[in-house]
Design a binder for this molecule. Structure first.
Ligand SMILES: [Zn+2]
Length: 340
């Protein structure tokens, strides 16, 4: 780290202290996060910008936003981080506790959620909890990515998850704090992990639902996408998102923390997002069933008037999902076959 950057980091942490000791929620300058996925430095709270810290329960539970969210759960002896997506994320929590970071839980493998691991002290000694497919996906993406490395630089592989979740509803206690891990099938990716904290009635939901515009550098997300998108190359699916939200609504929690969002979300808010996308999905699926081509569907919903989006991120529009999933559904129903 260059001296100027180090000084910026030190003064930034001091500002964070003020914010945290004030109203429990505020904005400090922290060391700018490394641009993820080819992004440039952004405004406070944005990708590459200074993290904005939020307090859920003083001394116990916090989350910070710098493009992506990072949760901090204070245990008896250490800190459990939920995602580690931006540089020096672990430094922020030093303002409220001297306890070391011992554990990182990954909601999914997207680089904007795990790349801060490079800057977390003793990353190779941490307990890193994730869905089984998270690790397989990291390896595959790293090994087989089709993105041109010159324009979309790849980081080295982060430390691998070493505690694996393979099913829904895994309840455990980590450092004195109760956790329940949920997996409701594919949504944003094929391995989304929901982290429920029953003692706080809070759930960290990764990118199953988020409410921030992910492409400020490519304004004009298609209206029918409602600010969301899914990772086709990682088995994400909007159809799965509807089911995921249905399950999330059943949890005995009142606060949802999304992977990207300027504030926490309520049950009503995640349901509204789901319902709005489902209404567009159903409308488009009816067009596909009536024989419309993908090209005509895109024109019918105005998708064709938007330019390329996402930069180094693979972006697939909602009409493509609706067309592909509806066609597949129609094919499967045509011939059910028999097992003899
Ligand atoms: Zn994300």
């Amino acid at each position: 780290m260059k001296l100027s950057k180090r000084l910026a980091a030190i003064s930034a942490l001091a500002l964070c202290t003020v914010a945290l000791q004030g109203q429990g929620q505020g904005q400090g300058q922290a060391p700018a996060a490394a641009p993820a996925q080819g992004r440039q430095q952004g405004p406070p709270g944005g990708f590459g910008g200074a993290p904005i810290m939020h307090t859920i329960k003083e001394g116990k539970l916090y989350w910070a936003l710098a493009g992506a969210s990072v949760g901090f759960v204070i245990g008896d002896t250490g800190v459990i981080m939920i995602d580690d997506g931006f540089a020096n994320a672990s430094a922020i929590i030093k303002q409220v506790t001297d306890k070391p970071v011992t554990t990182v839980i990954e909601t999914h493998d997207d680089t904007d959620h795990i790349n801060g691991l490079y800057t977390t002290p003793n990353a190779d000694k941490l307990k890193i909890i994730a869905m089984e497919d998270n690790w397989k996906q990291q390896w595959t993406t790293f090994k087989w990515t089709e993105k041109p490395k010159a324009t979309c630089p790849q980081s080295p592989m982060p430390p691998a998850p070493n505690v694996i979740i393979r099913q829904d509803k895994v309840a455990t206690t980590i450092d004195g704090v109760r956790f329940v891990f949920h997996h409701y099938g594919p949504s944003h990716t094929g391995h989304d992990l929901i982290i429920e904290l029953p003692d706080y009635k809070v759930a960290f939901i990764g990118d199953v639902v988020f409410d921030a515009d992910m492409f400020p550098d490519h304004p004009g997300m298609p209206a029918q996408d409602h600010g969301m998108f899914w990772k086709s190359e990682k088995r994400g699916t909007p159809l799965g998102m509807f089911h995921n939200v249905d399950e999330l609504l059943k949890l005995d929690v009142n606060t949802y923390i999304a992977g990207h969002g300027t504030d926490t979300l309520t049950k009503a808010q995640i349901k509204a997002k789901r319902d709005a996308i489902k209404a567009d999905y159903d409308k488009e699926a009816a067009m596909v069933r009536s024989g419309m081509s993908l090209e005509d569907l895109r024109k019918a919903v105005g998708e064709d008037k938007y330019g390329p989006r996402g930069g180094c991120i693979a972006y697939v529009d909602l009409p493509w999902y609706v067309y592909t999933e509806t066609k597949r559904d129609m094919e499967e129903l045509k011939d059910r076959g028999t097992i003899k």
